[in-house]
Design a binder for this molecule. Structure first.
Ligand SMILES: Nc1ncnc2c1ncn2[C@@H]1O[C@H](COP(=O)(O)OP(=O)(O)OP(=O)(O)O)[C@@H](O)[C@H]1O
Length: 257
């Protein structure tokens, strides 16, 4: 049975094409994300990886294709905020924390996002929210830094706070754009452990260039090239693929940057 035919897909992209002024940034892409998997999208600069995440979160509407989301159907008809409400949350590369607020206050804003004032004032709800906030902060290793001002966190800790702010919304699919960019080895390894813990709760789709990071935690890797899927499989499979070596891995990273 092919990946496309799997019954248990969380997200199924079918024949997606995206055009910008006649230029095909995505050309007939079909792929899927399974529940509780870490799924990487890799490939050279300009391959269409970010555009594909833009399609999933509703930021870019494709010229052709469908995006089927388990229990919801085709989400292309939905607006961005409606897609978030259905449990697809995205962390962009640009930081979105409130730098002058504490870690805890950032989390409280995230958890109260789009909830009624009345609801958020109820004692019982406040208690449950606080419990959930600390549980998620523990997951990303920031529970002991809840009182720290966000701007004083290290680069890695800021990224983990942003991930925590998405997790309190209880997503079914988390979209991450180069989450380890700018991190050293220790922070990259910790991010890998965090994502492995997160996949108990949701699926994670990641655009990434750091191949050691990809190899350490990927359940599935989709390699994109010139807007199309070049190949898809485990990281071992795609790393061995001669076409992947030729168009991506064999090339100096400086050429791509
Ligand atoms: N809004 C836009 N208008 C016009 N062209 C665009 C737009 N967004 C992306 N493109 C083009 O579409 C192609 C795919 O871009 P995309 O950012 O998806 O690639 P990528 O694989 O994420 O690259 P990178 O690894 O550099 O982030 C590129 O040629 C890019 O220039």
């Amino acid at each position: 049975m092919s990946r496309l035919e799997k019954k248990e897909d969380l997200l199924l992209l079918k024949h997606i094409s995206v055009e910008f002024d006649g230029f095909k940034a995505i050309d007939d892409v079909t792929t899927s994300v399974a529940p509780h998997e870490i799924h990487f999208f890799i490939g050279p600069n300009g391959a269409g990886k970010t555009t594909l995440l833009d399609v999933i979160c509703g930021k870019t509407k494709p010229s052709a294709g469908e995006v089927d989301y388990a229990g919801v159907g085709n989400i292309l008809k939905l607006k961005e905020f409606e897609i978030v409400k259905k449990g697809i949350c995205r962390k962009f590369q640009v930081p979105s924390t409130f730098v002058n607020l504490s870690v805890y206050d950032n989390m409280r804003i995230a958890i109260n996002h789009d909830k009624s004032v009345f609801g958020s004032l109820m004692m019982r709800k406040r208690y449950l929210d606080t419990r959930k906030i600390f549980e998620v902060l523990h997951l990303v290793g920031l529970d002991k830094k809840s009182k720290e001002t966000a701007k004083n966190l290290s680069h890695g800790e800021k990224q983990w706070l942003e991930i925590a702010m998405l997790l309190v919304e209880e997503p079914r699919l988390l979209l991450l754009d180069e989450p380890v960019a700018g991190m050293g080895q220790a922070e990259t390894e910790k991010t890998a452990r965090i994502l492995e813990d997160i996949k108990d709760r949701c699926s994670v789709a990641v655009v990434e260039h750091d191949m050691d990071f990809v190899h350490s935690i990927a359940d599935c890797v989709t390699v994109m090239h010139e807007g199309a899927v070049l190949t898809e499989g485990t990281s071992e499979e795609v790393l061995q693929d001669e076409r992947v070596k030729e168009v991506y891995l064999g090339r100096g990273r400086d050429e791509d940057a």
